[in-house]
Ligand binder design. Sequence first.
Ligand SMILES: Nc1ncnc2c1ncn2[C@@H]1O[C@H](COP(=O)(O)OP(=O)(O)OP(=O)(O)O)[C@@H](O)[C@H]1O
Ligand SMILES: Nc1nc2c(ncn2[C@@H]2O[C@H](COP(=O)(O)O)[C@@H](O)[C@H]2O)c(=O)[nH]1
Length: 218
Amino acid sequence: MTEFARPASHRPPRRGLMFVLSSPSGAGKTTLSRRLLEGDGDITLSVSATTRPPRPGEVDGKDYWFVSPDRFADMVRDDQLLEWATVFGHRYGTPRGPVEAALHEGHDVLFDIDWQGTQQLQQTDAASDLVRVFILPPDLAELERRLMGRATDPIDVITGRMARARDEISHWGEYDYILVNDNADLCLAELRAILKAERLRRKRQLGLADFVRGMLGQ
Ligand SMILES: Nc1ncnc2c1ncn2[C@@H]1O[C@H](COP(=O)(O)OP(=O)(O)OP(=O)(O)O)[C@@H](O)[C@H]1O
Ligand SMILES: Nc1nc2c(ncn2[C@@H]2O[C@H](COP(=O)(O)O)[C@@H](O)[C@H]2O)c(=O)[nH]1
């Protein structure tokens, strides 16, 4: 231990935050999310429900909860989704239960959702717990190269996603942070820096007043 280190037990408990990543399809959210989660035990992924069919290699309950349109409609009706939207012709939504449980336990939650979902989260009581990051590709040609290179979708799906890219990007001004994912290592380091700083914000330090009073013997 260096002379500047302090035991974790001296830290006041913290409010969990909702860390949202949005981008046009193919800019790199999933890639960055996976890497962010790997090295950070305090943040957990919100696994969305979707009516989209699984891509090869995608695992139910890990990448998404793959559900039928009827099941999705039931989830909407029963208020089981924190937000939901139709994206590229399929429905996607955030199951409410796991997010609320994680936040309650003081964990942060990572969301890979589009601008419609982000707007909906912004309307909830949890808006002050929201940290919104928009990820831009270096340019549209590179975005198309990435969608092609990923090779998970047929060409008509890629064309459809490229056609929506400008509209998605037009929502950049609704986000707190804008990153350009030209270099994944750099972008990941920027995401980690944002998360670190946001965790230290005064409003997230529960019991801070008591902690300081205790320190000052008041
Ligand atoms: N900085 C980068 N440089 C080059 N390729 C990248 C970079 N970041 C991600 N990629 C690649 O781009 C492709 C798309 O990335 P990814 O699937 O993470 O995008 P996404 O934003 O999650 O897309 P979607 O919204 O469709 O889920 C993948 O093949 C990934 O390996
Ligand atoms: N509003 C929401 N958008 C979501 C959710 N889960 C994923 N998404 C967005 O959908 C597109 C397409 O995803 P893909 O896996 O089919 O490539 C992408 O922009 C995601 O961010 C959600 O729960 N709510």
